[in-house]
Design a protein around this ligand. Structure first.
Ligand code: PLP
Length: 314
């Protein structure tokens, strides 16, 4: 299947910087720390959302679809990314947004929704009750008959083609730092974690740690496991205790950590995902869970568009 080829001819190879950050604390523990700057991978669809979309866009074209239909909350980076990708690649886009309270009230739309709309996305607001049915077979079937021209992307954009999108990220990273030992990445659906685990070089000692940003993250495990598949892979685990109160919630200490990190290293973080990964890393470091000599990668998955919504102030 050409879509599985190592270098897809129609998707340009992207390489992003791997940046070492220095802190006396890292010297105390005798570890090295690097940020993989995937937030720089695409000017508009930055971070993991581009990797998840790239092969799906090809598949949609191949199937002759003229529209992309997907789901998300009002702050969804995936909604923003799909709207932009549709415009750039010639698809109409339809976003089914959780919660009908914003229907017919565009004056109350946040920046994510305003930008999606400006990029041509048709926004349809659905009740939370209907939204919960979004992955059920009968609901999908009715959507397919209502929108026969649409290619359906699940919430967060995670599906098998999305997982494959992370192969290029791992190839890039393995080339830049073949001796890495630990990698932290934030987790929403777990698609990104699954892709990174699946394509990491399993002939070397590695530990990949996914940090869930929602409560009850352990529910994601079976799905993540099925995306990873049954081939032998590197060690990985899901850290479920760093959601800091739940999706979109950010405590005062984490707000302080975010601004301190941004000021010291001149790298911006997003308030929903990457800051919680960073907090998990620091906590594990201070608990002595990272042995001397570790080379730690922090995956910057993007999401900076979310900063404009003032989410961290909630
Ligand atoms: C969507 C998103 C995630 C979560 O990705 P999943 O593949 O759903 O786990 C992580 N970081 C950022 C910045 C995101 O926008």
């Amino acid at each position: 299947m050409p879509i599985l080829a190592k270098t897809h001819p129609e998707v340009p190879e992207i390489t992003t910087p791997l940046v070492r950050i220095r802190d006396p604390l890292f010297d105390d523990f005798d570890i090295q720390v690097y940020i993989k700057r995937e937030e720089l991978n695409h000017p508009h669809i930055q971070g993991n959302k581009w990797h998840k979309l790239k092969f799906n866009l090809k598949a949609a074209q191949k199937e002759g679809k003229t529209a992309l239909l997907t789901f998300g909350g009002a702050y969804s980076n995936h909604i923003a990314a799909t709207a932009y990708a549709g415009k750039a690649h010639g698809f109409n886009t339809i976003g089914l947004i959780r919660g009908d309270e914003l229907e017919n009230r565009p004056e109350r739309w946040n920046k994510t929704l305003q930008n999606a709309h400006a990029n041509g996305m048709k926004l349809a607001f659905i009740s939370r009750r209907d939204y919960r049915r979004k992955a059920q077979a009968d609901f999908i079937k009715s959507l397919k008959s209502e929108y026969p021209q649409a290619y359906l992307l699940p919430e967060g954009g995670s599906n098998p083609l999305a997982i494959m999108g992370f192969q290029t990220v791992m190839q890039d990273l393995e080339r830049q730092c073949p001796s890495w030992t630990h990698l932290y990445t934030p987790v929403g659906t777990g698609g990104t974690l699954a892709g990174l685990v699946r394509y990491a070089d399993n002939t070397r000692p590695r530990n990949v740690r996914g940090v869930t940003v929602l409560k009850k993250g352990e529910h994601l495990l079976p799905q993540i496991q099925s995306w990873i598949g049954t081939d032998p892979v590197v060690n990985w685990s899901l850290l479920t205790d760093y959601h800091d109160g739940g999706y979109g919630k950010l405590s005062t200490p984490l707000k302080a950590l975010k601004s301190d990190f941004e000021r010291r290293f001149q790298i911006r973080l997003d308030p929903v995902y990457t800051i919680k990964m960073l907090a998990a890393f620091y906590d594990e470091l201070q608990k002595g869970l990272l042995p001397a000599g570790s080379k730690v990668i922090l995956m910057h998955t993007g999401g900076l568009q979310g900063n404009s919504d003032g989410f961290s102030a909630r």
